[in-house]
Design a protein around this ligand. Structure first.
Ligand code: HEC
Length: 196
């Protein structure tokens, strides 16, 4: 049966959705004063390739402005970061980031020294590196990339003097991940109010 109103409604929902994503794209392009480059080729990464969800959280906006991952050592984000790591990374990098077919991520040796900065490691995850280190931009949302980055930083087991990604305050308080460490579901912090 013909239902003009329903068709109108559907059409406006679709158009509305499209408009929202166009605005979201514009927002990312505008707020990022940072140029992200492919770790291998140096080509500029296009953040508009990111998945539509999770690209405009407060955390993502902050990161795009400062180049510093606001989720580092934020207990409300670490648990989700751990889950993402276990499903998307540990098969190749090991459960503790100790290395497997991919290199270790929990020590102070980096194949690509730019991975000691948040902008650098974001670029490696988003745009990939060599061999089986494929780009993750169609696999993880921008906000999820920040969470998994925070988890990788929390797995770090070597000296804080070799960890330029931490603030001075974080260096003072840093305790590397201990197996069995649990994070309260309601730990206060930036990821607490987000779904899941
Ligand atoms: C299918 C296997 C595979 C998966 C899945 C994978 N990686 Fe990798 N990763 C690799 C390999 C292999 C390398 C080495 C690439 C190179 O040297 O260019 C690598 C390199 C890296 C590096 C650079 C390390 C350095 O020493 O500079 C980082 C950082 C990294 N991966 C993070 C991640 C994260 C985070 C995830 C999950 C979101 C992930 N990888 C998922 C295989 C994988």
């Amino acid at each position: 049966m013909f239902n003009g109103y329903k068709i109108y409604k559907t059409a406006s929902l679709i158009l509305g959705g499209a408009l929202t994503s166009v605005l979201a794209l514009a927002a990312i392009a505008q707020t990022s004063s940072i140029t992200f480059r492919n770790t291998i080729t140096g080509e500029v990464l296009d953040l508009n390739d990111a998945l539509p969800e999770g690209r405009n959280t407060e955390g993502v906006q902050k990161f795009m402005q400062t180049g510093v991952n606001p989720y580092n050592e934020d207990k409300s984000c670490l648990k989700q970061g751990e889950q993402i790591f276990l499903s998307a990374c540990s098969g190749c990098h090991g459960h503790l980031g100790e290395g497997k077919i991919g290199p270790g991520l929990n020590d102070d040796y980096w194949t690509y020294p730019e991975n000691t900065t948040d902008v650098g490691i974001f670029s490696t995850i988003f745009g990939g590196a060599k061999a089986s280190m494929g780009p993750q931009y169609q696999n993880l949302q921008l906000d999820e990339i920040l969470k998994v980055m925070a988890w990788v930083r929390h797995l770090y087991k070597d000296g804080v003097d070799q960890a330029p990604w931490f603030t001075e305050e974080q260096k003072k308080n840093y305790k590397p991940y201990k197996q069995g460490e649990v994070f309260a579901d309601d730990a206060p912090g930036a990821c607490k109010t987000q779904a899941k």
